[in-house]
Design a protein around this ligand. Structure first.
Ligand code: ADP
Ligand code: ASP
Ligand code: MG
Length: 455
């Protein structure tokens, strides 16, 4: 038997309660090789719903609602104490002390923020990180209690990031060094290292996060630094599905897809994978597998450099809701050289990513989903063009390597949407996808139509 060295990431629902944690331990134990080494590395999210609650706590603190924030934290502490108590025996006292200590610190921090009514991105990270710190402590203690050699590793001491708080980028060189120091030896010695996803720290030791959904990314970063055979994303669905199951009923599982297809789908809204997860995997050519923690016997979805779907088919469709379309018109300037540079410089200056771009003789249309700096962007664009914008729009992205080989796919996709008012349509040079921009309200109908046509 060949042994697979894996990083195994478990999302919020896979650590939601004592039953989920027991399932997780069963899944990991079955993957520990008979010789014990190399042991898997386990990355966990905060317990289901906890990060949302902590976001709410920061909002309350900002509004000076210290008491309500404290009440929410008290309820969160109780939930963690209940789970910690249920999954341990021998290690219970030490675990409860550690959990209490983390919450004492958090409660103190939130109290101070509420007094100041000021929550910076840096403080937000300090608050949100608590979710992954305590969940990973609980899971590590649960392993130890079941006599699985394991160790809790503080992810903030391993994942080094820049200082872009709430959406930090990893410093791969710094992180690789720490991984070699703190993770590799444990794994080689047959000890399951358990650490929180999503969180890291700057080189000065200030807590940071990789952005919402970032635990997938953490797992891929650790996997690339360790050079594992597989990065496993354990979640609550059977794999990458042909469409978002919250929009299209009964989508199918995509058994395999390419890194490029997975990146497009993740970027355009397939929430099952954080959009950056694929980057570290590509750099080391490590397969990523998406698996269901409730049905571990299922094969899931395997994502590799060349894996793709059967001939003549689309791979999947994804959608990104609530985006804004900005139309920039300039009869005099558009065709002048330098115009597009000037235009995109504005987006760059305000650190706002543009997702879809289309141009015509006199106008350029772009979509953005981060509207925090929209007013400033529009003001600046108005210095040299007419600008209008439309909110409550959405992007649907149909993805498939077969677009390249089969020119009829494009026409079939457009025909499927013949009753839907389309605002923009674009097919990129990679010819791996088509993107449609349409009214957000039309998304369910349009997704359904595309899904019926292709799956
Ligand atoms: P986790 O907590 O495990 O990270 P997430 O909630 O972040 O889980 O991601 C899993 C969810 O992603 C699924 O429950 C599903 O509702 C949603 N999802 C959206 N699009 C897709 C897709 N194309 N394939 C699979 N899941 C999808
Ligand atoms: N707990 C974090 C979030 O909810 C990170 C993650 O689960 O991936 O965004
Ligand atoms: Mg997720």
């Amino acid at each position: 038997m060949t042994t697979t060295h894996a990083v195994m990431k478990f999302g919020g629902t896979s650590v939601a309660d004592p039953e989920a944690i027991s399932r997780l331990i069963g899944i990991v134990k079955r993957r520990i090789p008979p010789s014990r080494a190399p042991a898997p590395v386990v990355v966990v999210s905060a317990l289901a719903g906890v990060t949302d609650k902590l976001v709410e706590v920061t909002r309350l603190a900002e509004e000076g609602e210290g008491e309500r924030a404290a009440a929410m934290l008290k309820a969160l502490l109780e939930r963690h104490v209940a789970v910690a108590t249920a999954v341990t025996n021998d290690g219970r006292a030490a675990l409860l002390t550690a959990v209490q200590r983390e919450f004492d610190e958090l409660i103190g921090l939130v109290h101070a923020l509420a007094v100041l009514r000021e929550v910076s991105p840096r403080s937000t990270d300090a608050v949100l990180a608590a979710g992954e710190v305590v969940s990973s402590m609980i899971v590590a203690a649960a392993f130890a209690d079941r006599r699985v050699p394991s160790v809790w590793v503080d992810a903030r001491k391993v994942l080094v990031t820049d200082a872009e708080h709430t959406g930090a980028a990893p410093d791969m060189i710094g992180t690789r060094e720490r991984v070699q120091e703190r993770l590799a030896p444990a794994s080689a010695a047959g000890t399951v290292a358990v650490l929180g996803g999503f969180i890291g720290a700057t080189s000065n030791g200030v807590t940071s996060t990789l952005g919402r959904g970032g635990s997938d990314y953490s797992a891929a970063i650790f996997g690339a630094c360790l050079g594992v055979d597989e990065i496993q994303i354990w979640t609550d669905v059977d794999g990458m599905l042909t469409a978002d199951p919250r929009i299209v009923p009964r989508p199918r599982v995509v058994p395999q897809l390419s890194f490029a297809e997975a990146s497009e789908l993740a970027y355009f809204g397939a929430k099952v994978l954080h959009p950056s997860t694929i980057l570290p995997a590509v750099s080391k050519n490590i397969p990523v597998r998406i698996l269901n923690a409730r049905r571990p016997e299922n094969p899931g979805t395997r994502i590799t450099a060349d894996g793709s779907t059967a001939e003549g088919q689309l791979t999947a469709i994804a959608c990104k809701r609530d985006v804004t379309v900005i139309d920039i018109t300039s009869t005099r300037m558009l065709m002048a050289h330098g115009f597009l540079r000037r235009l995109f410089e504005v987006f760059e200056r305000f650190k706002t990513a543009v997702d879809v771009v289309t141009t015509s003789e006199v106008s350029v249309s772009v979509t953005v989903d981060d509207t925090r700096r929209l007013e400033a962007i529009i003001d600046n664009l108005r210095n040299f063009a007419e600008v209008s914008c439309e909110r409550e729009m959405a992007i649907i992205c149909a993805v498939g390597e077969n677009f390249r080989a089969d020119p009829t796919l494009f026409g079939r996709a457009v025909t499927a949407l013949d009753r839907v008012p389309l605002r923009l349509v674009s097919q990129a040079a990679s010819r791996r996808n088509i993107t449609f921009v349409l009214r957000d309200a039309d998304v369910p109908h349009a997704m359904m139509r595309l899904h019926e046509t292709f799956f």
